[in-house]
Design a protein around this ligand. Structure first.
Ligand code: ADP
Length: 586
């Protein structure tokens, strides 16, 4: 433009000197139209520039608004994060790689009792003076920074404001976008009340365990105290039963015996149940003949069934081996309970005890299924679920019409579980029930067992036998049993007296009660064994006769040095078998 104006003024200057005005005029017109074109272009550019400026302006306005909004958002997010951090009731902190606090929340500040500026940039020991520079916690923090480890559930007892506080901490590394560790984040909280609660729970548990122990001890003592005189009553009544009696006297005596046996059953139920509940019952694994066990159990209920006019049938699969290794005692108790119920709750028809293999198991074990089927009163559907619970009797009238404690099935269920088996039942009211259980048992090759009753009795006749027993009635019963077989029996009233007698007379066999005043059977046995060793005397057979029939009681008698064990009340034949195995089959 400048250039065009210069040209125009140059041409105007020339007007004065040049005569050919027409040419000049033409030139000037050309120049003017060019000028007009340039002005148009400039105008167009200007318009465009103005438009661009407006766009840029509106863009700028928008960007600045966005920026403002973004900033506001960021601020509110940071604020929310702060609110969140400050609302967390735990101590949250971020430390840099030099383990200096960079961010801490409100709970942290309150816990430390300091102001934020006294915490930021400081190390743990500078903030909490009771921490030692190389303490456990600092070592963990160093490890987090060094190798990126995480630590969960670090528990420490710290002292803060003269109060002991349990603190629970989790620490984790913090990494930047490149994956480098730039610090750690920690979160700690006060778990003192939880710890106190745990302690209270532990105390309560200890107290409860002590209670259970005392209860167990009490029940053991009580059952011993009750069983001993009851054994006396049963034993004496049995001896009396063998004398000449009138029919009426026999009836009275049978009633007396039945009641006494029933009472013994109840005491044993309660005793067994409490032993199982307190974890004292230990299964006792040994070899046994299944057919003999089934016969024995069946015989126990024959009388009861006869009186009610019902039959007990025993069915066993002929393919079954006879000898097994397992817990004979538990099996006997379960079978007794089921048979007892079956006979008790059946008024006509029969009771069948059916035993068959369910399936072979690995390593020579068999899974045996025992079923006790009856044609009795059955159980209503609504009672089926709780029938195996302790003290559960189908209805109160059951208790009145049929004697029982409601413990039999609960004991059976627990014992079957102890034997690693399963128990169940199905029933139709008014038609009968089937109670079954399945247990694994290891089959065993039969062993030549020779029990020659007359041989052992002949040997015992030659033996000097001492019975150490404090209970007068038991003394009498055993004396009668032995003397009936032509054997002589000396008696001592407690362990001390027995020891004295043994020192003076070389007895061959000692029948030793366990619980006795002055000196108990365990101590007396230990002293007898020491005496034998010192004097180089022959080992006398010592058999424990005790009302405490648990495996733990057996173990104690073995440890004291006894050779055999029989639980009272015992059948004279069982004692003879034990003595036979001990003396002849040794
Ligand atoms: P109880 O000592 O009362 O027999 P159990 O635990 O052995 O205790 O049995 C609980 C209850 O289950 C019994 O009281 C009875 O109501 C019911 N029951 C058990 N066995 C049978 C059965 N064979 N037929 C009918 N009812 C039974």
């Amino acid at each position: 433009m400048q250039k065009i104006i210069q040209q125009l003024s140059h041409q105007l200057a020339r007007i004065n000197e040049v005569e050919d005005i027409t040419r000049l005029k033409l030139e000037m017109q050309e120049e003017l139209s060019r000028l007009a074109m340039e002005v148009d272009i400039i105008d167009f550019k200007l318009q465009r520039a103005l438009k661009d400026k407006n766009i840029v302006n509106s863009l700028l306005t928008k960007t600045s608004e966005d920026l403002k909004r973004a900033l506001q958002k960021q601020e509110s997010q940071a604020e929310m994060l702060n609110i969140l951090l400050d609302t967390i009731p735990a101590l949250v902190y971020f430390k840099d790689s030099a383990l200096r606090y960079q961010i801490v929340n409100k709970a942290f500040i309150e816990f430390s009792g300091l102001v934020r500026t006294d915490v930021i940039g400081k190390t743990l020991t500078e903030v909490f003076h009771h921490y030692l520079p190389e303490g456990k916690y600092q070592m963990l923090e160093k490890q987090v920074i060094q190798d990126g480890s995480f630590f969960y559930n670090v528990e420490e007892l710290v002292e803060q404001n003269e109060k002991k506080i349990w603190v629970h901490t989790n620490i984790a590394p913090v990494r930047n976008d490149e994956g480098e560790i730039i610090g750690l984040i920690g979160i700690s909280w006060d778990i003192s009340s939880q710890k106190n609660y745990e302690q209270q729970l532990r105390d309560a548990r200890d107290m409860a365990e002590e209670g259970v122990r005392i209860k167990g001890q009490f029940l053991t003592n009580m059952s011993h105290e009750i069983r001993t005189p009851l054994n006396g009553i049963i034993g004496m009544a049995e001896i009396l039963r063998q004398t000449a009696l009138q029919k009426k006297q026999e009836d009275y005596l049978d009633n007396l015996l039945n009641s006494a046996r029933h009472l013994m059953g109840l005491i044993e139920d309660v005793f067994e149940f409490s032993a199982i509940e307190s974890g004292k019952y230990k299964p006792e694994t040994g070899k046994f003949s299944l057919s003999r066990l089934l016969d024995q159990v069946e015989k126990e209920f024959e009388n009861m069934a006869d009186k009610k006019g019902i039959k007990i049938q025993l069915k066993t699969d002929p393919k079954l081996p006879d000898f097994f290794i397992g817990d004979k005692n538990s099996l006997r108790i379960v079978l007794r309970n089921l048979l007892n119920n079956a006979v008790k709750f059946t008024h006509e028809g029969n009771v069948v005890l059916d035993v068959k293999p369910e399936k072979p198991l690995k390593n020579g074990s068999l899974s045996l299924r025992f079923e006790v089927k009856d044609t009795g009163i059955g159980v209503k559907d609504i009672h089926l679920n709780k029938i195996f619970e302790s003290f559960s009797q189908v209805d109160i009238s059951t208790t009145k019409n049929y004697q029982g404690t409601g413990l039999g099935l609960a004991i059976s269920k627990r014992l079957v579980e102890v034997m690693k088996g399963k128990i169940g039942m199905h029933s139709t009211e008014g038609k009968g029930s089937v109670f079954w259980f399945v247990i694994p048992l290891k089959a065993e090759m039969p062993e030549e067992e020779t029990f020659d009753e007359s041989k052992i009795i002949e040997m015992l006749k030659e033996f000097r036998i001492l019975m150490i027993e404090d209970n007068l009635i038991n003394q009498k019963i055993n004396k009668v049993i032995f003397e009936k077989n032509g054997c002589k029996l000396d008696i001592a009233n407690n362990g001390k007296e027995g020891l004295g007698k043994y020192i003076d007379n070389p007895y061959d066999l000692i029948l030793m009660d366990v619980q006795m005043p002055v000196m108990d059977g365990l101590e007396a046995t230990r002293k007898i064994r020491q005496f034998e060793e010192k004097q180089g005397k022959r080992h006398a057979f010592i058999v424990a006769l005790t009302a405490n029939a648990l495996e733990s009681d057996r173990r104690k008698t073995r440890e004291a040095g006894m050779d055999g064990f029989i639980a009272k009340p015992f059948n004279p034949k069982d004692l003879l078998i034990i003595l036979h195995n001990l003396i002849i089959n040794k």
